[in-house]
Design a protein around this ligand. Structure first.
Ligand code: ADP
Ligand code: MG
Length: 377
């Protein structure tokens, strides 16, 4: 982006300049010119910052749209774009937005979290992390599931960076967020179309098709939210073991159902029952992310997908689960940890054969955790 655009945007966004610069702020939410909230450490709080009026706020959004070759006006009242620093911005103009121009900025952070950080935060246990490492080595097809802002992209990024160096990764995203640290990565980004400019859209599905012809070992789809789900599923079932993606779901079984629903969105001739079977057999692992009410983001479970039962229900077994033991009376933060659930995954033999450092005993929960695991199930 040219510096003219950068300067213009910086000028227009001057009222929230310090929020943009503050690394402790992960999200900025603008509900009309006079009401701004931010997210700090997972909690959303109101701040005193304001734009002078609706016109100033809209002018800022026009400048941002312009910088990415797009238009925001009464005919095009919505915008999804990225700021010069890589932050993601979503805008809706009035009258659709009732209280005035509404904006959400997801800040881009240079400092991507690593597996060590997640262990330090207590989001995963050291054993849970080691287990995930083993899964990436073995090339288990993995779905990262969770709600908005629960840490899915962060988790996918971390998992992708643990894939063995010999593998060629093809990464496909709507807007580039992943920064997978690996030796051999090819990244694709989808493009929105624009009729008035004669720009054709290029969808995730289009890119998926090309990716499959480019000798991928593993395919990684940033966010699976359309009919590309079927392509990913087929890739998983046809030799691209260790492919991954994220879906929006509140639990591991729901993640399977979600993937199934997405597969049926396209004009497929495959009957729903067959798709369910495909989901059940192609997926091995679900990593569930969760944003808890104390603001903490944690991996709430790591589960194995075993298939579909005779009633058409997914068979999903938790291998690890985060359990809460209490609450810190001063900070209100939950006290707890990730524990094994006493279930030995079916692919344990592969761990043994490959001499991976993960003994069977690590799947057994500590005595104190047994009632908590039962309660959480
Ligand atoms: N385990 C975690 N602990 C603390 N913060 C996290 C954790 N995982 C993610 N985050 C932060 O939460 C925010 C949202 O994460 P992201 O991975 O983008 O969520 P999603 O993809 O589910 O919307 C980011 O600022 C990220 O750095
Ligand atoms: Mg995400």
């Amino acid at each position: 982006m040219s510096s003219v655009f950068k300067d213009a945007i910086a000028n227009y966004l001057a009222p929230i300049k310090d929020l943009l610069a503050d690394p402790g702020v992960s999200e900025i939410m603008i509900n009309g010119p006079h009401e701004i909230f931010v997210e700090r450490k997972g909690l959303v709080i109101k701040v005193q910052h304001k734009f002078s009026d609706e016109e100033a706020l809209q002018a800022a959004m026009r400048a941002i749209a312009q910088s990415v070759g797009r238009i925001i006006d009464s005919n095009n009242p919505q915008l999804d774009a990225r700021l010069p620093d890589g932050s993601r911005i979503a805008v809706v103009l009035p009258p659709m937005a009732k209280a005035g121009t509404s904006v959400a900025i997801r800040k881009f952070s240079e400092e991507k979290l690593g597996l060590k950080d997640l262990i330090n935060f207590g989001s995963v246990s050291a054993d849970g992390a080691r287990f995930l490492d083993c899964m990436m080595f073995l090339g288990k097809n993995t779905l990262v599931s969770g709600g908005t802002g629960s840490g899915k992209t962060t988790m996918l990024n971390i998992l992708g960076s643990r894939i063995p160096k010999t593998q060629r990764l093809l990464v496909i995203e709507d807007s580039s967020e992943l920064q997978i640290k690996a030796e051999h990565v090819v990244s694709f980004e989808a493009r929105m179309g624009s009729e008035e400019r004669g720009i054709k859209p290029v969808s995730i599905r289009d890119l998926m098709r090309s990716a499959l012809r480019m000798r991928p070992d593993r395919i990684i789809v940033g966010e699976v939210r359309g009919e590309e789900a079927l392509d990913l599923l087929q890739a998983m079932g046809t030799g691209h073991d260790g492919s991954m993606g994220t879906v929006h779901a509140n639990g591991p079984a729901e993640a399977c159902t979600r993937l199934e629903t997405l597969c049926l969105m396209g004009e497929t001739k495959i009957p729903p029952d067959a798709i369910r079977e495909m989901v059940g057999s192609a997926l091995s692992l679900i990593v569930q992310c969760n944003r808890y009410s104390d603001g903490g983001r944690r991996t709430s479970s790591i589960s194995e997908v075993l298939g579909v039962d005779t009633d058409g229900r997914y068979i999903v077994k938790d291998i690890f689960r985060w359990v809460q033991r209490g609450k810190d009376p001063d900070t209100g933060k939950f006290i707890g940890e990730m524990v094994p659930c006493g279930y030995v995954p079916t692919f344990f033999e592969e761990i043994v054969v490959n001499k991976l450092p993960f003994p069977k005993s690590k799947f057994m929960p500590p005595e104190w955790a047994i009632p908590l695991i039962k309660k959480a199930a």
